[in-house]
Design a protein. Structure first.
Lengths: 318, 216
């Protein structure tokens, strides 16, 4: 009984550690992207800790909620935050094993993220404001296309590795060495578009404005203030970091540690940070070189990624 | 990264760019995608030149990069600047339908590639598969696009696909033939450019479906 409980303790400790680490780094990623974007536009940009200042400011304020809001409205950000946090424990970051990988793999990951999105969308509908409903409906329109594309993209890698579990998937990829297949690039391109769409970046949504005609995510969370808003923003940042980590895991796993040796962990940390930074540069460049798409064009963009992901899967069989 | 990985990466990149071209509606983006596709073709030729020690392929790579990745996109950009047309592509079919059809075409292309003696497996399987898919996608684009410039881009995509097979799978073409093809391509683009301007002058639009209408 005792070794068993020790094991449980170790696993949950690792899970908490990984979730806390990613949670601590998530606002930094968001600010880094903002800063790089500003530099490309010849602006100074915010200081690197701005993300933390913003969150601290929001957390200090008192929450303002509409009189007509029910418990759904209060629960929304909390479920969204909890779901994003739970999802981080299913993805390998530094070691080629996810802390809670025995709980489930790709399907659980996609399902957990969907749960968060569902909670936030219902919460947006709760107060009955026009903006909330509009934002929720737009977000769901995109999600309905993005989710199958995400799944197909992830399945492509799973098919190559023969496992739906992210931990064993990365281990198999490491063992086989890098054998490149055209479907890898197709799936990567598809998933990259999904990351852009899911994190509300420019061709799909503009994170910097509150323009009523175009906003998607911002419209959905317009009613929130104070700590509620902080939770939503923090969870969104965490989701972005999570998606980039997922891309790193699936398509460039080299450098990830296979044991708990300290040297390997440091190398893995540097490699992971470097690769996430590279992807952040790619996101920044995409944001800076593209114009925001008209809302009715967005499903077209997402359907491109759906097509790419499907093609990636199909080519594996040919 | 092994040479074969690099080759497959370039080929897959070309396929992705062809696919994005189908989903793309901004004319300038489509031209940039074509330039990127040609750049990858040049990189592929250079990779083979190094790995298989075929120095004559360096000439191919240089011609491809200078001509198709720089000169032709620049010329096409200038062309749309000059005639100042509406910068959106208006296809006959909507984007999701086109994407679905191109998906099917890619599957067909890949399937057919296994029929070639070299296309069974390995790198040449992917090279032939990608080339055939791009060929079919290019033909599809040519049929479904209204604007003359997008039809030129489709033709150039087909040409890239043929070049991909010629470089990647066959023992290579004589330099004279290669120079001839390069010259052909540039003359074709120039002529088509002139033709496009004539069409725009006459019909005040680049929409080739108007050509079948009578004009007094």
């Amino acid at each position: 009984v005792i070794p068993m409980s020790l094991d449980v303790l170790r696993t949950s400790g690792l899970a908490v550690l990984q979730a806390a680490g990613l949670l601590a780094l998530a606002p930094l990623l968001k600010t880094v992207i903002k800063k790089m974007k500003a530099r490309l536009q010849n602006r100074q940009g915010p200081p690197l800790l701005q993300g933390y200042y913003d969150l601290a400011k929001l957390l200090r304020k008192e929450p303002v909620r509409s009189e007509t809001a029910s418990w759904v409205f209060v629960a929304g950000p909390r479920v969204y935050f909890g779901a994003a946090l739970a999802a981080t424990t299913l993805v390998p970051v530094l070691v080629a094993a996810a802390p809670l990988e025995m709980a489930g793999g790709i399907l659980l990951l996609v399902g957990t993220l969907a749960l968060g999105r569902f909670a936030l969308a219902t919460a947006a509908l709760d107060t009955g404001s026009a903006f909330g409903g509009m934002g929720a409906s737009r977000d769901m329109t995109i999600a309905a296309l993005a989710e199958p594309a995400l799944m197909l993209g992830l399945f492509t890698s799973a098919l190559a590795a023969g496992s739906l579990n992210l931990g064993s998937l990365v281990r198999t990829l490491l063992q086989h060495g890098v054998t490149f297949h055209p479907s890898d690039l197709l799936a990567f391109a598809g998933l990259f578009i999904i990351v852009i769409a899911e994190t509300g970046r420019i061709p799909v949504d503009n994170p910097a404005t509150h323009l009523e005609l175009t906003m998607i995510h911002e419209a959905m969370v317009l009613e929130y203030a104070g700590p509620d808003l902080a939770l939503v923003e923090w969870a969104s940042a965490l989701k972005e970091l999570l998606y980039l980590t997922l891309l790193v895991d699936l398509f460039m796993p080299a450098g990830i540690a296979t044991s708990a040796a300290p040297v390997g962990l440091v190398v893995a940390l540097v490699a992971w940070a470097g690769k996430v930074f590279l992807l952040a540069i790619a996101v920044t460049l995409t944001e800076s070189t593209n114009a925001k798409l008209r809302l009715f064009r967005v499903p077209e963009l997402v359907s491109i990624s759906l097509g790419l992901a499907f093609l990636a899967l199909a080519i594996r069989f040919l | 990264m092994a040479t074969s990985d690099l080759l497959i990466l370039c080929a897959a990149g070309m396929l992705v760019s062809a696919y994005l071209m189908v989903g793309q509606k901004a004319l300038i983006m489509a031209i940039r995608l074509y330039g990127f596709q040609s750049l990858l073709l040049g990189a592929l030729a250079a990779t083979i030149a190094v790995s298989a020690s075929r120095p004559e392929l360096f000439v191919t790579a240089a011609i491809t990069i200078v001509l198709k990745a720089m000169l032709i996109p620049w010329f096409l950009m200038r062309l749309i600047d000059r005639i100042g047309i509406h910068r959106e592509i208006e296809p006959f079919l909507n984007v999701p339908t086109s994407l679905l059809i191109c998906l099917g075409l890619t599957v067909v292309g890949y399937r057919v590639s296994t029929g070639f003696p070299e296309g069974g497996q390995g790198v040449s399987h992917h090279l032939i598969g990608v080339a055939l898919s791009m060929l079919l996608i290019g033909l599809f684009l040519m049929v479904t696009r209204k604007k003359a410039i997008t039809q030129i881009l489709a033709l150039l995509t087909v040409e890239n696909a043929v070049f991909l097979v010629a470089i990647g799978v066959t023992p290579g073409m004589p330099l004279v033939v290669e120079l001839g093809i390069a010259f052909d391509v540039i003359v074709a683009v120039l002529l088509l450019g002139v033709l496009v301007r004539r069409i725009v002058d006459r019909f005040e639009s680049m929409d080739v479906s108007r050509l079948s209408k009578l004009k007094g």
